[in-house]
Write a protein that binds this ligand. Structure first.
Ligand code: ZN
Length: 216
């Protein structure tokens, strides 16, 4: 069941490692396959070796429907986001370096750059700190995410969401790029924000831009 989705998840896991967006077995990826079901990467497995049939089908209460392994320890985080955001069909939780630096100093990323505003939303929030793997983290992540497509988890990592895996993956790269730009800009000194009016203009262009992307 859901063969294509399982293959896509396995490929996304390898990409996450190949592009150095996460290391080891940390990070997890899911794809919503029905309104209240998703497939998710298994707990603690090497992404380079993940096979399509290693993925676990769960419901949004975190119960396993089908799978030979334990689902990711962050299954509640994924399930809560799906419950609260009907528009989301793919979620990537990862531990990239520059976003993780901001997760430690706890600076939100302001609206600085065009692609970030269009793909991620407005200011990207850092959540309050909570221990990984539980319902508290899931609640904090949902709160910090709001209507954006990215959130940074304090002293932990980040979560990106999107309409499909491709856009969610792009969001992961744009978030990490934005974090890097923000950190280096701060080191130089003055950080100049985009004008408020232009942020709204860019966000209004996003839907049309994404439609073009889907047609390609
Ligand atoms: Zn994590």
């Amino acid at each position: 069941m859901f063969d294509n989705e399982r293959i896509a998840l396995a490929e996304a896991g390898r990409e996450l490692m190949n592009r150095k967006l996460s290391v080891g077995t940390w990070g997890n990826i899911s794809l919503r396959v029905e309104k209240d079901k998703c497939i998710i990467t298994p707990s603690g497995m090497n992404y380079q070796k993940l096979k399509p049939d290693d993925m676990v089908l769960i419901d949004l209460e975190g119960q396993v429907i089908d799978g030979k392994w334990k689902p990711s320890s962050e299954k509640t985080l994924h399930a809560e986001i799906y419950k609260n955001r009907a528009d989301v069909r793919a979620i990537i939780h990862y531990h990239p370096i520059f976003s993780s630096i901001l997760s430690v100093v706890r600076y939100n990323i302001p609206a600085l750059i065009e692609d970030s505003v269009m793909l991620l939303g407005g200011e990207i929030k850092v959540t309050d700190y909570v221990f990984p793997g539980g319902a508290e983290l899931a609640k904090e992540a949902v709160r910090g995410l709001g209507n954006n497509n990215a959130v940074i988890l304090a002293n932990h990592g980040a979560v990106c969401v999107g309409k499909d895996l491709e856009k969610t993956f792009a969001a992961c790269e744009v978030l990490e790029k934005s974090a890097q730009i923000f950190i280096f800009a701060k080191l130089f000194g003055q950080v100049n924000l985009l004008p408020e009016d232009d942020i709204r203009k860019l966000q209004a262009l996003t839907a049309d831009y994404l439609k073009l992307w889907e047609q390609k």
